[in-house]
Design a protein around this ligand. Structure first.
Ligand code: IPE
Ligand code: IPE
Ligand code: MG
Length: 238
């Protein structure tokens, strides 16, 4: 199963406490640790987290610099634990606008965790779904006949990662109900779950609740009803 999360609401979480936005991003990084652990425990195969969109460069330089510093620190701090738990980590998105130190941290964690056969964790940084689609289209060659499968592989190349399955469950925290240029191609039949809670407050119980909501949905893919989605969490977990 592929779950994807738009981790939104760090700034509002901080503002509600009279704290600077970066304090919200720091609390958001703690939530990432918590949720990655829970996702591995629940047996989610692939988890894609939206950490920084290509449009987030529009934010003030101080906030952007703080976020980049947080990403690097997170990758350095978590590498050993990911190896230990068999979590493979991939960063998807553009690399050419990221700093040298962050790129080095990305290469290091991707290299160290490449053989992990547990949770596949993908973190989207400088990511734009529309940009990825344009790049994949350019790779396909003008006028070429192309299948969905082949295009999905090209999308992987365009994002510097292996091909991933389509998104099954897409969660957005922070109360907004939009996709903000995240995984547009891959979410064609994703089940959408919008959660009011701000990302720093998102807990493993909230993830469980989203998985239960998903399990109760009937997916049809344009055809006739399929059997109910398999529940990933143990029946006695909540
Ligand atoms: C999500 O939280 C994190 C990033 C986009 C980097 P926001 O920073 O968007 O928080 P809000 O939406 O302003 O509350
Ligand atoms: C989407 O959140 C990007 C991430 C969560 C990383 P934004 O806060 O940037 O989205 P908008 O601006 O509200 O659409
Ligand atoms: Mg936001």
């Amino acid at each position: 199963m592929h779950a994807a999360i738009i981790m939104d609401g760090n700034g509002r979480w901080a503002a509600a406490r009279g704290l600077p936005r970066l304090a919200g991003h720091r609390a958001g990084a703690d939530a990432v640790r918590r949720i990655v652990e829970a996702a591995a425990e629940f047996g989610i195969g692939t988890l894609t987290l939206y950490a920084f969109s290509s449009d987030n460069w529009k934010r003030p330089a101080g906030e952007v610099a703080g976020l980049m510093q947080l990403f690097g620190a997170y990758l350095v701090a978590e590498a050993a634990k990911c190896v230990e738990h068999g979590i493979s980590v991939e960063i998807i998105g553009r690399r050419d606008r990221l700093g040298g130190e962050l790129c080095a941290a990305i290469d290091a964690i991707e290299g160290a965790t490449a053989r992990g056969d547990g949770l596949r964790l993908r973190i989207a940084v400088d990511y734009s779904a529309r940009d990825c689609i344009l790049r994949a289209a350019a790779l396909s060659g003008a006028g070429a006949e192309i299948s969905h499968e082949h295009f999905s592989r090209l999308l992987g190349h365009a994002m510097h990662c292996r091909q991933a399955p389509d998104v099954d469950l897409l969660v957005r925290t922070g109360g907004e109900r939009r996709l903000s240029d995240f995984l547009l191609w891959e979410s064609a039949y994703a089940e959408l779950v919008f959660v009011e809670r701000m990302w720093p407050d998102f807990t493993r119980e909230d993830l469980e609740a989203a998985l239960r909501e998903f399990a109760g949905r009937e997916r049809r893919f344009g055809g006739l009803p399929e059997p109910r989605n398999k529940v990933l969490v143990p029946a006695n977990a909540v």
